[in-house]
Design a protein around this ligand. Structure first.
Ligand code: ADP
Length: 190
């Protein structure tokens, strides 16, 4: 069983690579961004709560995110493993994830971090904003907030896994298929 944290700043290509990985390894995709967008679209209480944070590019509070992830893990017992995409985004979330997994006798196999320079991220997010309908993709101020939140609150999560010897960095610029094969080489080494 593979339980992989796919890590990287907004616009790094986590969604694109996740799609390919779940197909190749028959994994369950757990994207907190996608789950929140689904709640938002359906107008649930959780969606209403998350909306104000998401639209400003800020993080949804840890306890809300952690509860949502725990529900998803508990309902996905019959799986080859998980790709965590956009989660954990804080050290508190990473600690909570370890606890949740250990209840099921599971653990994280490794974190794969996509490395992409900031100027490339900005270009990609603006480009995606033309078609994504995402309020947080559309203007510079929100994009700036997301990148700042990533640097301040999310980057320490890489240190958390590095300290456990579980961090592998991959160049996230170039052909999608080349990046994918670099990622699969890491997974096949687990
Ligand atoms: P991005 O494409 O910027 O990486 P996502 O699609 O993963 O963004 O998430 C969009 C928004 O959803 C985030 O800016 C944040 O408001 C909220 N969100 C998603 N995952 C988390 C999380 N793990 N913790 C807190 N907030 C989250």
């Amino acid at each position: 069983m593979y339980n992989i944290v796919l890590f990287g700043p907004p616009g790094a290509g986590k969604g694109t690579q996740s799609e390919k990985l779940i197909e190749k390894y028959s994994l369950t995709h757990l994207s907190t961004g996608d789950l929140f967008r689904k709640h938002l679209g359906e107008g649930t209480e959780l969606g209403k709560l998350a909306k104000k944070y998401m639209n400003e590019g800020r993080l949804v509070p840890d306890e809300v995110v952690i509860g949502m992830v725990e529900d998803k893990i508990n309902e996905s017992t019959n799986t080859n493993g998980f790709i965590f995409d956009g989660f954990p985004r804080t050290t508190a979330q990473a600690e909570a994830l370890d606890k949740m997994l250990s209840k099921h006798n599971l653990q994280i196999s490794g974190m794969i971090a996509l490395d992409v320079p900031e100027e490339v991220l900005r270009l990609r997010i603006k480009e995606r904003g033309k078609t994504s309908n995402r309020a947080d993709d559309q203007d510079d101020e929100k994009i700036n907030t997301r990148i700042k939140v990533y640097l301040d609150e999310t980057l320490p999560v890489a240190d958390y896994y590095d300290a456990q010897g579980k961090l592998q960095k991959i160049n996230g610029v170039g052909e999608i298929d080349k990046i994918f094969s670099d990622i699969t080489a890491v997974i096949d080494s687990y």
